[in-house]
Unconditional design. Structure first.
Length: 270
């Protein structure tokens, strides 16, 4: 972070799994504790210990430069009614609350409020997340840069120009880690059915998904090319892929999966 952004005041509302991941990322990036405030009525014991360890306050006297909303969608309306008065005319509101549109958040603030809607994902907990963000027209360039730096502390950031794309982002990268974890579950189950002991099946499935993901991360090759590199004509991998790539196979199943998740995201934001 730049000197300027590191001293911007940041108030985090909600320090659960995702909010906590952001907070740890900011601390690791060198954001001074004096610039941070965290409000969470029921922090986990681990988070309460972290807040006490660093002496992070619940709020400061002046309106924050960035007000970060990291609460669950089902309680955000009540929370916004309580915390909206904390924002000043120059405060940027950065929401990572799933399923809440910019318009639904803007209703709680004065007209012209600068609002950024972001969709992070679970690997943010280890600094390997990816976040898609959308800014309304009232967000200045400097506010956008500051929000970008705050989000980037937990991984990659991409910006979209159309807010409706956030629903597809939610279905792909937001929910995607669960799909990958389920793949590991299913691979382990298949390994057991193939005759491997449960512990070995779990270990092989887990290490395979971990290693393949890391190779994908490090390689400049496309996923298709990496797949081809593993596949010998007429070999064992080709036989397995023939099942996954048949009609109504994995590609069609994932299209249906993403479409269902995107549809649900749109329902939740209405």
């Amino acid at each position: 972070m730049t000197q300027e952004s590191s001293h911007a005041s940041i108030w985090l509302i909600g320090a659960g799994r995702m909010g906590g991941a952001k907070l740890r990322g900011w601390l690791a990036a060198g954001v001074p504790v004096s610039a941070l405030a965290v409000r969470d009525p029921n922090p986990s014991p681990e988070m309460a210990a972290l807040l006490q360890q660093h002496g992070i306050a619940e709020e400061h006297a002046c309106p924050p430069d960035v007000l970060v909303l990291a609460v669950k969608p089902q309680v955000i309306t009540q929370v916004l009614d309580e915390i909206a008065p904390l924002a000043g005319p120059n405060t940027a509101v950065l929401s990572i609350a799933a399923g809440r549109t910019v318009a639904s958040i803007a209703r709680h603030f004065p007209e012209g409020a600068a609002i950024v809607r972001a969709m992070p994902n679970l690997p943010a907990e280890i600094g390997r997340g990816i976040t898609a963000a959308f800014a309304n027209p009232h967000v200045s360039e400097s506010q956008r840069e500051l929000c970008d730096k705050l989000l980037r502390a937990a991984g990659q950031v991409v910006w979209v120009d159309d807010e409706t794309q956030i629903d597809a982002v939610t279905a792909v990268s937001g929910s995607g880690p669960a799909y990958v974890f389920y793949l590991a579950e299913c691979l382990a189950a298949a390994a057991r059915d193939a005759g491997l002991p449960p512990d070995l099946a779990e270990r092989l499935a887990r290490a395979t998904v971990e290693g393949a993901g890391e190779l994908l991360h490090r390689s400049h090759l496309t996923p298709a090319k990496l797949r081809e590199n593993v596949t010998s004509p007429g070999g064992t991998t080709a036989a397995g892929l023939a099942v996954l790539m048949r009609e109504n196979g994995l590609e069609d199943l994932l299209r249906e999966t993403v479409a269902a998740a995107a549809h649900r995201s749109r329902e939740l934001s209405e």
